[in-house]
Design a protein around this ligand. Structure first.
Ligand SMILES: [Zn+2]
Length: 124
């Protein structure tokens, strides 16, 4: 992971991009601007729905990318035999929304057990 300053700079960039998406969503919802009958609560509700969708899209993209890094097989944590991995969809509640993770799961026929390589952590 990059240094603290670089992380903060990147986070600020991402927040600026997301804020401009907020403007795009506003224009999409109200091409001629919101009428005076549109309450602040209505605007909040629209923004929150968009925010939840953004969290879902971002979390699913990042976890999906991590999941791909495990490849097609992984060693069984008990006996070490290489076992095929398959992706299992796991709906989750995450901060600010919901997401469905594609989690790699291995099955060792010798040990007759399932295992989750993502839960084991990445060792350097
Ligand atoms: Zn095994």
């Amino acid at each position: 992971m990059a240094g603290k300053e670089a992380r903060e700079r990147k986070l600020k960039e991402i927040q600026e991009i997301a804020a401009s998406w907020g403007k795009i969503i506003s224009q999409e919802a109200f091409p001629n601007g919101p009428g005076l009958d549109v309450s602040l609560a209505d605007m909040e509700e629209l923004a929150m729905a968009a925010s939840r969708a953004l969290v879902q899209g971002a979390v699913e993209a990042m976890t999906g990318s991590q999941s791909e890094q495990f490849g097609n097989q992984a060693p069984c944590p008990t006996c070490g035999k290489m076992c095929p991995l398959k992706a299992v969809r796991r709906p989750m509640v995450v901060r600010g929304g919901d997401a469905t993770l594609n989690e790699p799961v291995g099955h060792c026929p010798k040990c007759r057990r399932d295992f989750f390589p993502a839960a084991a952590g990445v060792e350097d």
